[in-house]
Ligand binder design. Sequence first.
Ligand code: AHN
Ligand code: ZN
Length: 336
Amino acid sequence: MINAVKKSLFLSLILIVVMTSTSCSNRSHNNSQPEPAEVTEKIIPASFNADSAFDFVKKQTDFGPRVSNSTANKKCAVWLENTLKRFTPEVKVQSFDAKAYDGTILHLKNIIGSFNPGAEKRILLCSHWDSRPFADQDPEVANRRKPIDGANDGASGVGVLLEIARQFSLKNPTTGVDIVFFDGEDYGSPQDEQSQVEDDWCLGSQYWSRNPHVPAYSACFGILLDMVGAADATFTKEGTSMYYAADYVNRVWHIASQLGYGSYFVNDETAAIIDDHSYINDLRQVPTLDIIHHDPSTQSGFYKYWHTLGDNIQGIDKQTLMAVGQTVLTTVYLEK
Ligand code: AHN
Ligand code: ZN
Protein backbone atom coordinates (compact mmCIF):
# COMPACT_ATOMS: atom_id res chain seq x y z
CA MET A 1 0.00 0.00 0.00
CA ILE A 2 2.64 2.52 1.11
CA ASN A 3 4.77 1.40 -1.81
CA ALA A 4 1.89 2.03 -4.21
CA VAL A 5 1.40 5.55 -2.81
CA LYS A 6 5.13 6.20 -2.98
CA LYS A 7 5.17 4.94 -6.56
CA SER A 8 2.31 7.18 -7.64
CA LEU A 9 3.86 10.16 -5.85
CA PHE A 10 7.12 9.44 -7.62
CA LEU A 11 5.38 9.19 -11.00
CA SER A 12 3.53 12.47 -10.50
CA LEU A 13 6.80 14.10 -9.51
CA ILE A 14 8.37 12.91 -12.76
CA LEU A 15 5.38 14.24 -14.65
CA ILE A 16 5.69 17.66 -13.01
CA VAL A 17 9.41 17.78 -13.76
CA VAL A 18 8.84 16.80 -17.39
CA MET A 19 6.04 19.33 -17.79
CA THR A 20 7.93 22.24 -16.28
CA SER A 21 11.25 21.50 -17.90
CA THR A 22 9.87 21.71 -21.41
CA SER A 23 8.31 25.18 -20.79
CA CYS A 24 7.38 25.40 -24.46
CA SER A 25 3.94 23.90 -23.87
CA ASN A 26 1.80 26.90 -24.48
CA ARG A 27 -1.20 28.12 -26.38
CA SER A 28 0.53 28.18 -29.70
CA HIS A 29 1.78 24.64 -29.43
CA ASN A 30 -1.39 23.04 -28.13
CA ASN A 31 -3.78 25.02 -30.23
CA SER A 32 -2.80 25.61 -33.83
CA GLN A 33 -5.91 27.68 -34.43
CA PRO A 34 -6.00 30.27 -31.67
CA GLU A 35 -9.30 32.08 -31.22
CA PRO A 36 -9.27 35.23 -33.34
CA ALA A 37 -10.64 37.20 -30.39
CA GLU A 38 -7.81 35.99 -28.19
CA VAL A 39 -5.20 37.25 -30.63
CA THR A 40 -6.85 40.60 -31.43
CA GLU A 41 -7.54 41.32 -27.77
CA LYS A 42 -3.89 41.08 -26.85
CA ILE A 43 -2.50 42.75 -29.94
CA ILE A 44 -0.14 45.55 -29.03
CA PRO A 45 -0.36 48.88 -30.81
CA ALA A 46 1.82 49.15 -33.90
CA SER A 47 5.34 49.92 -32.81
CA PHE A 48 7.58 48.47 -35.54
CA ASN A 49 9.14 51.37 -37.44
CA ALA A 50 9.58 50.63 -41.16
CA ASP A 51 11.67 53.78 -41.77
CA SER A 52 14.14 52.57 -39.18
CA ALA A 53 14.15 49.05 -40.66
CA PHE A 54 14.75 50.51 -44.13
CA ASP A 55 17.72 52.53 -42.81
CA PHE A 56 19.18 49.31 -41.37
CA VAL A 57 18.81 47.64 -44.78
CA LYS A 58 20.41 50.59 -46.62
CA LYS A 59 23.29 50.77 -44.15
CA GLN A 60 24.19 47.18 -45.05
CA THR A 61 23.99 47.62 -48.83
CA ASP A 62 26.11 50.80 -48.52
CA PHE A 63 29.03 48.53 -47.53
CA GLY A 64 28.73 46.92 -50.98
CA PRO A 65 28.24 43.16 -51.50
CA ARG A 66 28.89 41.48 -48.12
CA VAL A 67 30.37 38.34 -49.64
CA SER A 68 32.06 36.08 -47.07
CA ASN A 69 35.85 36.80 -46.89
CA SER A 70 35.43 40.26 -48.47
CA THR A 71 36.39 43.60 -46.91
CA ALA A 72 32.76 44.73 -47.01
CA ASN A 73 31.82 41.58 -45.07
CA LYS A 74 34.44 42.38 -42.38
CA LYS A 75 33.25 45.98 -42.06
CA CYS A 76 29.61 44.97 -41.94
CA ALA A 77 30.35 42.39 -39.20
CA VAL A 78 31.77 45.15 -36.99
CA TRP A 79 28.75 47.35 -37.68
CA LEU A 80 26.29 44.53 -36.93
CA GLU A 81 28.01 43.73 -33.64
CA ASN A 82 28.07 47.39 -32.57
CA THR A 83 24.48 47.98 -33.65
CA LEU A 84 23.21 44.97 -31.68
CA LYS A 85 25.19 46.24 -28.66
CA ARG A 86 23.10 49.43 -28.72
CA PHE A 87 20.04 47.27 -28.01
CA THR A 88 21.37 44.54 -25.68
CA PRO A 89 24.57 43.95 -23.71
CA GLU A 90 24.36 40.23 -24.60
CA VAL A 91 26.16 40.08 -27.94
CA LYS A 92 28.36 37.21 -29.09
CA VAL A 93 30.35 36.77 -32.27
CA GLN A 94 31.11 33.23 -33.35
CA SER A 95 34.20 33.17 -35.59
CA PHE A 96 34.99 29.95 -37.44
CA ASP A 97 36.32 28.59 -40.71
CA ALA A 98 34.30 26.59 -43.21
CA LYS A 99 35.21 25.06 -46.54
CA ALA A 100 33.24 26.33 -49.53
CA TYR A 101 32.14 24.11 -52.45
CA ASP A 102 35.32 25.06 -54.37
CA GLY A 103 37.70 24.41 -51.46
CA THR A 104 38.05 28.07 -50.46
CA ILE A 105 38.44 28.45 -46.69
CA LEU A 106 35.88 31.01 -45.59
CA HIS A 107 36.44 32.96 -42.37
CA LEU A 108 32.88 33.28 -41.19
CA LYS A 109 31.13 35.10 -38.36
CA ASN A 110 27.73 34.39 -36.86
CA ILE A 111 26.57 37.39 -34.84
CA ILE A 112 24.14 36.83 -31.96
CA GLY A 113 22.17 39.22 -29.76
CA SER A 114 20.17 37.84 -26.81
CA PHE A 115 17.36 39.29 -24.72
CA ASN A 116 16.50 37.93 -21.26
CA PRO A 117 19.46 35.53 -21.40
CA GLY A 118 18.34 33.79 -18.20
CA ALA A 119 14.80 33.01 -19.36
CA GLU A 120 14.15 29.34 -19.95
CA LYS A 121 11.46 29.82 -22.58
CA ARG A 122 13.20 31.15 -25.69
CA ILE A 123 12.36 32.17 -29.24
CA LEU A 124 14.94 32.12 -32.02
CA LEU A 125 14.83 34.81 -34.74
CA CYS A 126 17.33 34.56 -37.57
CA SER A 127 18.46 35.68 -40.99
CA HIS A 128 21.61 35.44 -43.08
CA TRP A 129 23.72 38.58 -43.41
CA ASP A 130 26.18 37.63 -46.17
CA SER A 131 25.40 38.31 -49.81
CA ARG A 132 25.88 36.05 -52.83
CA PRO A 133 29.28 36.12 -54.57
CA PHE A 134 27.75 35.43 -58.00
CA ALA A 135 24.71 36.83 -59.80
CA ASP A 136 24.31 33.42 -61.44
CA GLN A 137 20.62 34.02 -62.21
CA ASP A 138 21.23 37.35 -63.96
CA PRO A 139 19.72 37.62 -67.46
CA GLU A 140 23.06 39.06 -68.65
CA VAL A 141 25.66 36.31 -68.94
CA ALA A 142 28.42 38.92 -68.41
CA ASN A 143 27.06 39.61 -64.92
CA ARG A 144 26.94 36.04 -63.68
CA ARG A 145 30.27 36.09 -61.81
CA LYS A 146 29.66 39.49 -60.20
CA PRO A 147 28.70 39.74 -56.51
CA ILE A 148 25.26 41.03 -55.59
CA ASP A 149 24.11 43.74 -53.18
CA GLY A 150 21.58 41.34 -51.69
CA ALA A 151 19.30 44.12 -50.50
CA ASN A 152 16.42 41.68 -50.35
CA ASP A 153 18.41 38.43 -50.17
CA GLY A 154 20.19 39.03 -46.88
CA ALA A 155 19.91 42.67 -45.85
CA SER A 156 16.10 42.82 -45.61
CA GLY A 157 15.81 40.09 -42.97
CA VAL A 158 18.67 41.56 -40.94
CA GLY A 159 17.14 45.05 -41.22
CA VAL A 160 13.80 43.81 -39.89
CA LEU A 161 15.50 41.94 -37.04
CA LEU A 162 17.66 44.94 -36.07
CA GLU A 163 14.50 47.05 -35.83
CA ILE A 164 12.90 44.29 -33.74
CA ALA A 165 16.00 44.35 -31.49
CA ARG A 166 15.57 48.14 -31.16
CA GLN A 167 11.92 47.60 -30.20
CA PHE A 168 12.98 45.04 -27.57
CA SER A 169 15.33 47.63 -26.06
CA LEU A 170 12.27 49.91 -25.63
CA LYS A 171 9.87 47.18 -24.47
CA ASN A 172 11.35 43.96 -23.20
CA PRO A 173 9.69 40.72 -24.38
CA THR A 174 8.46 38.32 -21.67
CA THR A 175 10.30 35.33 -23.13
CA GLY A 176 13.96 35.01 -23.93
CA VAL A 177 14.82 35.88 -27.52
CA ASP A 178 17.97 35.12 -29.49
CA ILE A 179 18.58 36.99 -32.72
CA VAL A 180 21.13 35.16 -34.86
CA PHE A 181 22.70 36.52 -38.04
CA PHE A 182 24.28 33.74 -40.11
CA ASP A 183 27.26 34.18 -42.40
CA GLY A 184 28.05 31.98 -45.44
CA GLU A 185 24.46 31.19 -46.38
CA ASP A 186 24.73 32.25 -50.00
CA TYR A 187 28.12 30.76 -51.01
CA GLY A 188 26.58 27.73 -52.73
CA SER A 189 28.03 26.63 -56.09
CA PRO A 190 26.93 28.61 -59.15
CA GLN A 191 24.07 26.98 -61.00
CA ASP A 192 25.97 26.87 -64.27
CA GLU A 193 28.92 24.96 -62.77
CA GLN A 194 29.39 21.18 -62.71
CA SER A 195 30.59 20.89 -59.13
CA GLN A 196 27.37 20.37 -57.26
CA VAL A 197 28.42 19.67 -53.69
CA GLU A 198 26.06 18.61 -50.90
CA ASP A 199 25.37 21.07 -48.09
CA ASP A 200 27.33 23.85 -49.78
CA TRP A 201 24.72 26.47 -48.79
CA CYS A 202 23.90 27.69 -45.28
CA LEU A 203 27.42 27.24 -43.87
CA GLY A 204 26.82 29.57 -40.93
CA SER A 205 23.60 27.93 -39.80
CA GLN A 206 25.14 24.47 -40.18
CA TYR A 207 27.99 25.52 -37.90
CA TRP A 208 25.69 27.20 -35.36
CA SER A 209 23.31 24.22 -35.31
CA ARG A 210 26.24 21.95 -34.36
CA ASN A 211 27.95 24.53 -32.15
CA PRO A 212 25.28 26.81 -30.69
CA HIS A 213 26.38 30.00 -28.90
CA VAL A 214 25.12 28.45 -25.62
CA PRO A 215 25.90 24.75 -24.95
CA ALA A 216 22.86 22.51 -25.56
CA TYR A 217 20.90 25.55 -26.72
CA SER A 218 17.22 25.07 -27.39
CA ALA A 219 14.22 27.26 -28.15
CA CYS A 220 10.48 26.67 -28.33
CA PHE A 221 10.44 27.70 -31.95
CA GLY A 222 12.36 29.69 -34.50
CA ILE A 223 11.53 32.12 -37.30
CA LEU A 224 13.88 32.61 -40.25
CA LEU A 225 13.47 35.70 -42.43
CA ASP A 226 14.67 35.46 -46.03
CA MET A 227 13.83 37.97 -48.77
CA VAL A 228 11.25 39.93 -46.81
CA GLY A 229 11.59 43.37 -48.43
CA ALA A 230 10.28 43.36 -52.03
CA ALA A 231 7.10 45.22 -52.95
CA ASP A 232 3.95 43.07 -52.88
CA ALA A 233 5.86 40.03 -51.65
CA THR A 234 3.92 36.85 -51.00
CA PHE A 235 4.92 34.49 -48.22
CA THR A 236 3.56 30.99 -48.66
CA LYS A 237 3.51 28.12 -46.20
CA GLU A 238 6.76 26.51 -47.36
CA GLY A 239 7.16 22.73 -47.18
CA THR A 240 10.11 22.37 -44.80
CA SER A 241 8.45 24.83 -42.41
CA MET A 242 5.19 22.87 -42.60
CA TYR A 243 6.96 19.55 -42.05
CA TYR A 244 8.74 20.66 -38.87
CA ALA A 245 6.74 23.60 -37.52
CA ALA A 246 3.19 23.60 -38.94
CA ASP A 247 1.58 24.83 -35.69
CA TYR A 248 3.85 27.84 -35.61
CA VAL A 249 3.39 28.55 -39.32
CA ASN A 250 -0.38 28.59 -38.82
CA ARG A 251 -0.07 30.77 -35.75
CA VAL A 252 2.19 33.36 -37.44
CA TRP A 253 0.03 33.43 -40.59
CA HIS A 254 -3.06 33.85 -38.41
CA ILE A 255 -1.52 36.78 -36.52
CA ALA A 256 -0.51 38.36 -39.85
CA SER A 257 -4.07 38.15 -41.13
CA GLN A 258 -5.42 39.59 -37.86
CA LEU A 259 -3.04 42.52 -38.31
CA GLY A 260 -4.32 43.08 -41.86
CA TYR A 261 -1.38 41.51 -43.69
CA GLY A 262 -3.24 38.58 -45.23
CA SER A 263 -2.31 39.70 -48.74
CA TYR A 264 1.38 39.12 -47.89
CA PHE A 265 0.97 35.97 -45.77
CA VAL A 266 -1.06 33.87 -48.17
CA ASN A 267 -2.59 30.53 -47.40
CA ASP A 268 -0.92 28.44 -50.13
CA GLU A 269 1.40 25.58 -49.35
CA THR A 270 4.47 25.41 -51.57
CA ALA A 271 7.34 22.95 -52.10
CA ALA A 272 9.98 22.37 -49.45
CA ILE A 273 13.25 24.25 -49.91
CA ILE A 274 16.68 24.07 -48.32
CA ASP A 275 17.46 27.17 -46.31
CA ASP A 276 19.00 27.93 -42.89
CA HIS A 277 15.89 26.58 -41.16
CA SER A 278 16.48 23.10 -42.69
CA TYR A 279 19.68 22.69 -40.64
CA ILE A 280 18.22 24.25 -37.49
CA ASN A 281 15.29 21.84 -37.68
CA ASP A 282 17.38 18.81 -38.56
CA LEU A 283 20.52 19.34 -36.48
CA ARG A 284 19.34 21.46 -33.52
CA GLN A 285 15.73 20.24 -33.45
CA VAL A 286 14.23 23.66 -32.89
CA PRO A 287 10.96 23.80 -34.90
CA THR A 288 11.77 26.67 -37.24
CA LEU A 289 9.75 28.24 -40.04
CA ASP A 290 10.92 30.32 -42.98
CA ILE A 291 9.18 33.54 -43.97
CA ILE A 292 10.43 33.61 -47.56
CA HIS A 293 9.13 35.36 -50.66
CA HIS A 294 7.62 32.83 -53.05
CA ASP A 295 6.70 34.04 -56.53
CA PRO A 296 4.69 31.48 -58.52
CA SER A 297 5.39 33.34 -61.77
CA THR A 298 9.18 32.82 -61.80
CA GLN A 299 10.99 29.66 -62.79
CA SER A 300 12.91 29.50 -59.53
CA GLY A 301 9.82 30.21 -57.41
CA PHE A 302 11.83 32.96 -55.68
CA TYR A 303 11.33 36.66 -56.23
CA LYS A 304 12.15 38.02 -59.65
CA TYR A 305 15.57 39.58 -58.89
CA TRP A 306 16.79 36.56 -56.91
CA HIS A 307 20.58 36.15 -57.39
CA THR A 308 20.73 38.94 -59.97
CA LEU A 309 22.29 42.40 -59.91
CA GLY A 310 18.70 43.69 -59.75
CA ASP A 311 18.58 42.74 -56.06
CA ASN A 312 19.50 46.22 -54.84
CA ILE A 313 18.10 48.87 -52.49
CA GLN A 314 15.74 50.15 -55.22
CA GLY A 315 13.68 47.02 -54.78
CA ILE A 316 13.08 47.46 -51.04
CA ASP A 317 9.57 48.46 -50.03
CA LYS A 318 8.79 49.79 -46.55
CA GLN A 319 5.27 48.36 -46.53
CA THR A 320 6.61 44.82 -46.87
CA LEU A 321 9.19 45.41 -44.12
CA MET A 322 6.32 46.70 -41.98
CA ALA A 323 4.08 43.67 -42.63
CA VAL A 324 6.84 41.22 -41.70
CA GLY A 325 8.26 43.25 -38.82
CA GLN A 326 4.94 43.88 -37.16
CA THR A 327 3.88 40.24 -37.57
CA VAL A 328 7.08 38.83 -36.05
CA LEU A 329 7.20 41.44 -33.28
CA THR A 330 3.57 40.75 -32.34
CA THR A 331 4.18 36.99 -32.38
CA VAL A 332 7.03 37.38 -29.89
CA TYR A 333 5.14 39.79 -27.57
CA LEU A 334 2.15 37.40 -27.46
CA GLU A 335 4.32 34.58 -26.06
CA LYS A 336 4.29 34.52 -22.27
C1 AHN B 1 18.38 26.94 -52.55
O1 AHN B 1 18.67 27.62 -53.50
C2 AHN B 1 18.63 25.49 -52.50
N1 AHN B 1 17.84 27.45 -51.45
C3 AHN B 1 17.61 28.87 -51.34
C4 AHN B 1 18.30 29.39 -50.16
C5 AHN B 1 18.57 30.81 -50.38
C6 AHN B 1 19.54 31.33 -51.16
N2 AHN B 1 17.92 31.80 -49.84
C7 AHN B 1 18.43 32.90 -50.26
N3 AHN B 1 19.43 32.65 -51.06
ZN1 ZN C 1 20.50 33.92 -51.98
